[in-house]
Write a protein that binds this ligand. Structure first.
Ligand SMILES: *[C@@H]1O[C@H](CO)[C@@H](O)[C@H](O)[C@H]1NC(C)=O
Ligand SMILES: *[C@@H]1O[C@H](CO)[C@@H](O)[C@H](O)[C@H]1NC(C)=O
Ligand SMILES: *[C@@H]1O[C@H](CO)[C@@H](O)[C@H](O)[C@H]1NC(C)=O
Length: 235
């Protein structure tokens, strides 16, 4: 037994060091190695479930980005979007920006089950969504980044807050205002608007502007003609 006490001691020291790094100074800080000791395979587990899910659901990677985006936009990245409606609290899931369009909850459940299997009660749902978003981008050929971890899950869902999510009908000024409220700039606006659907969109959000702007049976006159012609071939 003496032989095994040494690695254990090392492990304890490492846990202490990681805890000190993550919550040093009494103020919780997100960090990349948050689960290195408590659930070292977390990243690989999420990745494995997503690769499997994508085989039967080709849209899932974009859907997961959108879930993370729609979660973070409303009272921070706290997985509040995942909470179901209970008496006295209506879920963000059911608000117009999410109802019938937020998707991938079954895959989130599968990831959570796999994580719980490996490390019960360790990885937060908020971190799960953050990891799933990064892995989705990377598996789609986009850039990778070190995901900061250590978010806590919220206990409340904010239906009213989610009514303020960016809408496809918002004009630029309104969109900029919504992003600015969260300290996000025009670069963030463009990146998230395009990124959260991987550049694809349903025709219903585009055709009015191309063919029937403001109900006038004309294209939006302010639109660049060449760009409009290009889009008209696709919609
Ligand atoms: C969400 O969509 C479902 C199914 O279309 C509908 O029955 C329900 O009323 C919607 N919820 C809200 C809050 O609009
Ligand atoms: C944008 O939309 C808001 C709200 O509908 C409206 O008050 C504002 O005048 C619009 N701005 C422009 C530039 O169209
Ligand atoms: C154009 O939009 C107006 C107002 O929404 C609508 O009444 C009309 O039917 C639309 N025209 C076509 C061709 O869809």
């Amino acid at each position: 037994m003496a032989a095994s006490s040494s690695p254990l001691a090392v492990a304890v020291v490492v846990v202490a060091a990681v805890v000190a790094l993550c919550v040093g100074g009494g103020e919780a800080q997100l960090c990349e190695d948050y689960y290195d000791c408590t659930c070292p395979d977390a990243y690989d587990i999420v990745r494995r479930v997503l690769i499997e899910a994508q085989k039967s659901d080709t849209r899932i990677f974009a859907s997961l980005i959108r879930l993370h985006f729609h979660d973070c936009f409303v009272q921070g990245c706290d997985a509040s979007l995942l909470l179901d409606t209970v008496p006295g609290m209506q879920s963000e899931k059911e608000s117009p920006p999410n109802n019938n369009s937020a998707r991938g909850f079954d895959v989130v459940d599968a990831v959570k089950a796999a994580l719980e299997d490996a490390c019960p009660g360790v990885v937060s749902c908020a971190d799960l969504l953050a990891l799933a978003a990064e892995i989705s981008v990377e598996l789609s050929g986009g850039p990778g980044w070190g995901v900061l971890l250590g978010r806590l899950d919220g206990m409340t869902s904010n239906f009213d807050g989610s009514l303020d999510l960016p809408a496809p009908t918002d004009n630029l000024t309104v969109l900029q205002g919504k992003f600015l409220k969260l300290n996000l700039n025009d670069v963030d606006l463009v990146a998230l608007s395009g990124g959260h659907t991987f550049g694809r969109v349903q025709c219903q959000f585009v055709t009015d502007r191309l063919y029937n702007f403001s109900g006038m049976n004309q294209p939006d006159p302010t639109m660049d003609a060449t760009y409009r012609a290009f889009l008209s071939q696709r919609f």
